[in-house]
Write a protein that binds this ligand. Structure first.
Ligand SMILES: [Zn+2]
Length: 300
């Protein structure tokens, strides 16, 4: 009996420690590339997620990317059980535009998305720019709230978009590409980033929150997201939906800081006095990524 109880306690303590992370994809539906048509990319991403047992993921739509050709891909995602949310119309920065321009762009995207199947009212700020003054930030926050939205924040920032841009450059220059080496760089840099922001959370919150990983609906995702998920699972992570992640108490906490570009956990830590400059992951640097890509001979 005692053994049974001990085992149960052990099991409960392990399961309550299972770290949880949701996967989100920005900028969908991205245009055709030298590697994949948009449709091929969408099918590859869906296949990878389904093979990995990921039942739900959130695609943040940049509505100016919706064309007569790409329109059907939104339905392909939602027919597969995934959800859509708002990532602006024209991908404009809240730091570089006035409030009226920003809100007009938000509304334009909302009008396009609100009646789509499986749309959820979460807003992901382009460039993770929430506004560069307190007044602007708060006016935008108030408008999102009045529109029935929650912030579609991230907790894990990273430079996966830069790896994708280097891949596109190599494709356009018809360089030889070592895809296996690129996959290792992708997995290593993302796994390091996840561990980095989780450590910040444990120090600042005293616990590991339900995380939200920022990825993009790009070629590097289509190539390697399945491998990334397998790696995360092997390290004890459980993949959850974004809706589940946004039930974490940090979703209700809007820290009174202007430091939002590294995500919600870093913003909360900053509001508790942690210096902003200490909260940028080591791979959030084009120089360091260039050096790593060269060292691993990814592009010849
Ligand atoms: Zn974006």
């Amino acid at each position: 009996m005692k053994i049974k109880i001990a085992l149960l306690t052990l099991f409960l303590s392990f399961s309550s420690q299972a770290k949880k992370i949701a996967i989100t994809f920005d900028d969908a539906p991205m245009p055709d590339s030298a590697l994949f048509t948009g449709e091929q990319r969408t099918n590859k991403i869906i296949n990878s997620l389904q093979k990995s047992g990921v039942q739900d993921a959130l695609f943040f739509i940049t509505t100016k990317h919706i064309t007569p050709e790409s329109q059907s891909r939104l339905k392909t995602y939602t027919d597969a059980g995934f959800h859509l949310a708002n990532h602006s119309h024209a991908h404009i920065s809240a730091n570089k535009n006035d409030v009226d321009t920003f809100i007009k762009d938000f509304n334009q995207a909302h009008n396009i998305l609100e009646n789509k199947a499986s749309f959820l009212p979460f807003y992901r700020f382009p460039y993770l720019h929430h506004g560069n003054t307190v007044q602007k930030r708060d006016q935008i926050r108030a408008h999102l709230q009045a529109s029935g939205y929650q912030q579609g924040y991230v907790t894990i920032d990273n430079y996966e978009w830069y790896l994708n841009s280097k891949l596109q450059q190599a494709l356009n220059k018809q360089k030889a590409i070592d895809y296996e080496a690129l996959k290792q760089v992708y997995i290593t840099t993302l796994a390091d980033g996840i561990a980095f922001y989780d450590e910040i959370a444990i120090k600042a919150l005293g616990r590991s929150p339900k995380h939200v990983l920022l990825l993009h609906e790009n070629d590097i995702t289509a190539l390697f997201v399945g491998d990334l998920i397998a790696h995360l699972k092997s390290k004890g992570w459980e993949i959850i939906s974004a809706q589940q992640a946004y039930t974490d108490p940090i979703a209700k906490e809007l820290p009174d800081v202007l430091f939002n570009g590294q995500g919600r956990v870093a913003a909360i830590a900053n509001s508790k006095g942690v210096a902003a400059k200490t909260m940028v992951g080591k791979w959030e640097s084009t120089d360091k990524l260039d050096a790593l890509l060269a060292q691993k001979k990814v592009f010849k």
